[in-house]
Ligand binder design. Structure first.
Ligand code: PLP
Length: 414
């Protein structure tokens, strides 16, 4: 018997697995159907939310199904994990209560005395974990501003992990994943890519050689700014066994409801990522043409210095939904711009259906010393935009009217 339109068999439902044929299906089909079996008892097309913390056993050590206790495994979490694994082209995925918890679990999988090489403009919370938490259990982290070039010089006998974030936040600098993984693998070092800024629709790091891909699900995967969650995906069975053990042992797991919401959000990821990219492209082009703007960072523009990496690494060379730009008039102009927008909301975070704007030097990146910040291109006049899925013409008009307002307040100021 076949349930539904994508060929679920009774065996698939019984094992709660997606059918094998799914791996060959296109992204949009997998987004909608992976990890989404119909309920075998009621036929419900959408999975119920499984709030039970514990699962009955028919005899000691013989649970009715595959579940025993919800921290160890839960139907909603496991369905979400299957969906993400499918979208990242991975064999396995594990979900966590936040992107930061995913990072912590990966770092905790290393033995004390291990060394990590990280890109320098890594997410602020990741930087904080690397510098203020990892050291407490004997992990040393070296940061590099040009990891493709430096990696050979930075490798030590105890180096176990390379950590990449591409595009970087907020300057949208790219890292060539293939180049870094080839250098790392030559020394037996594993490579992690934080793929939060692009989502699995735009970039699949495992296909470019990475060993682990991590996401703050809070951003594009959930996409509706109402869940904090994280996920990691990989192919290697040894990595899976170690991280599965730590996911349960550390216990930073997402709730069934959050897993269910994130899974619902993921089903439209391809639509949202496409719309956000179209909108960001229109906004970036308008900004680039404005006399009020000093420079625009967007990997979808031909003017991006690493455009060739985007073309090689991103689906159809897509730029994603994030744009940053330097506005004329300095720090005050950047702050005023974010107050003058009417559709873009002044707020941290990104990747939701609604557009957001912020000033990294005073908000997300305020904790980084000025010299370090400016060396990475994060000047006080830099504005970061997360383009949502509203109408693109409205977003461009909003940015243009805010630039105009700022120009009147700061006439002639550079
Ligand atoms: C938000 C974010 C994180 C951290 O995720 P949380 O879900 O907030 O813990 C990690 N990396 C990047 C790139 C992020 O944007």
């Amino acid at each position: 018997m076949t349930l539904g339109t994508v060929g679920y068999t009774d065996a698939d439902v019984a094992s709660n697995q997606a059918p094998k044929s799914k791996a060959t299906m296109k992204f949009a089909t997998r987004a909608v159907h992976a990890g989404s079996p119909h309920d075998p008892v009621t036929g419900a097309v959408i999975e119920p939310i499984s709030l039970s913390t514990t699962f009955a056993q028919t005899a000691v050590g013989a649970p009715v199904g595959r579940y025993e206790y919800s921290r160890s495994d839960n139907p909603n979490r496991s369905n979400f994990e299957k969906a993400v694994a499918s979208l990242e082209g991975a064999r396995y995925a594990l979900a966590y209560s936040s992107g930061s918890a995913a990072t912590a679990n990966i770092l905790q999988s290393l033995a004390p005395g291990s060394h990590v090489i990280s890109v320098s403009d890594v997410y602020g919370g990741t930087h904080r974990y690397f510098t203020q938490v990892a050291a407490a259990h004997g992990i040393a982290v070296t940061f590099s501003g040009s990891i493709e070039v430096d990696i050979a010089d930075l490798v030590r006998p105890e180096t176990r992990l390379v950590w990449i974030e591409t595009p970087s936040n907020p300057t949208l600098t790219l890292v060539d994943i293939r180049a870094v993984t080839e250098a790392a693998h030559a020394h037996g070092i594993k490579v992690v890519v934080d793929n939060t800024f692009l989502s699995p629709y735009v970039q699949n790091p495992l296909k470019h050689g990475a060993d682990i891909v991590v996401h703050s699900v809070t951003k594009y995967i959930n996409g509706h700014s109402d869940v904090v969650m994280g996920v990691a995906a990989f192919n290697d069975e040894t990595i899976y066994a170690r991280l599965l053990f730590l996911q349960n042992a550390i216990g930073a797991v997402p709730s069934p409801f959050d897993s269910w919401l994130a899974h619902r959000g993921l089903k439209t990821l391809h639509l949202r990522a496409k719309a956000a990219t179209e909108n960001a492209t229109a906004v970036a082009l308008a900004l680039e043409a404005s006399s009020q703007v000093i420079g625009v960072n967007y990997p979808g523009l031909n003017s991006h210095p690493q455009r060739y990496v985007a073309v090689k690494q991103h689906r159809n060379g897509m730029g994603g939904g994030m744009v940053s730009f330097r506005i004329k008039g300095g720090a005050e102009a950047a702050k005023r711009f974010c107050q003058k927008t009417q559709i873009f909301t002044l707020a941290e975070s990104l990747g939701g259906v609604e557009s957001l704007c912020e000033v990294p030097s005073s908000m997300t990146h305020a904790g980084i010393p000025r010299a370090e910040r400016e060396a990475a291109g994060v000047f006080d006049d830099l504005v970061r935009l997360s383009c949502g899925v509203e109408d693109g013409e409205d977003l461009v008009a909003d940015v243009m009217q805010a630039l105009e307002e700022v120009a009147q307040e700061f006439p002639g100021k550079q």
